[in-house]
Design a protein around this ligand. Structure first.
Ligand code: ZN
Length: 170
């Protein structure tokens, strides 16, 4: 069995297994499915689909590129700032571990911590909105938070970042 996105599925059946089905990624692209001997390919299909979906999602996150970041930033600019903001670059940064992002208003460059490439997208979106707002308000003023709070998951995302060990930039 092979999936459309490059995953190869290898099914290993065991008489000892009764109900549990598990999936593990081995050798890069091979997904090893362990299943009870009594189950047919047909019966296994929906379980395998679900397992592959999980691996696809993980892989998608690994691949978030600078281009993806640019696309997300454009979308968030449109949604929360009426498409009015302009930046020169938005990139992943590996320089700082504890800081989730930075914005240099003079050069209009935005950097986002690589550690967020695997965080839930609603957390990443908060960080992008935060840095976009700095293009208008360099500090964390009341007006700044007024802009950021347009993003409805702000409070939850801030809690999540603290849990990940991030500190705010300033
Ligand atoms: Zn800030």
């Amino acid at each position: 069995m092979s999936a459309d996105d490059g995953f190869q599925v290898r099914i290993i059946r065991s008489k000892k297994r009764r109900k549990t089905i598990s999936g593990k990624l081995v050798e890069g692209n091979v997904v090893e499915i362990r299943a009870p001997a009594s189950m047919s390919d047909e019966e296994l299909r929906p379980f395998i689909e679900r397992i592959l979906k999980g691996f696809r999602r993980d892989r998608g996150k690994e691949k978030l590129s600078d281009e993806d970041l640019e696309e997300r930033t454009k979308r968030l600019n449109k949604k929360y700032f009426g498409g009015k903001l302009r930046w020169s670059s938005v990139r992943w940064s590996t320089r700082q571990d504890k800081i989730f992002g930075s914005c240099t208003p003079d050069s209009r460059t935005i950097r986002i911590s690589y550690r967020l490439a695997k965080a839930p997208t609603w957390v990443l979106d908060y960080v992008i909105v935060h840095e976009l707002a700095h293009l208008l308000e360099p500090n964390h003023s009341k007006r700044f938070w007024g802009l950021v709070n347009r993003y409805p998951l702000t409070e939850r995302a801030r809690g999540y970042l603290i849990a990940l060990g991030f500190i705010d930039e300033e």
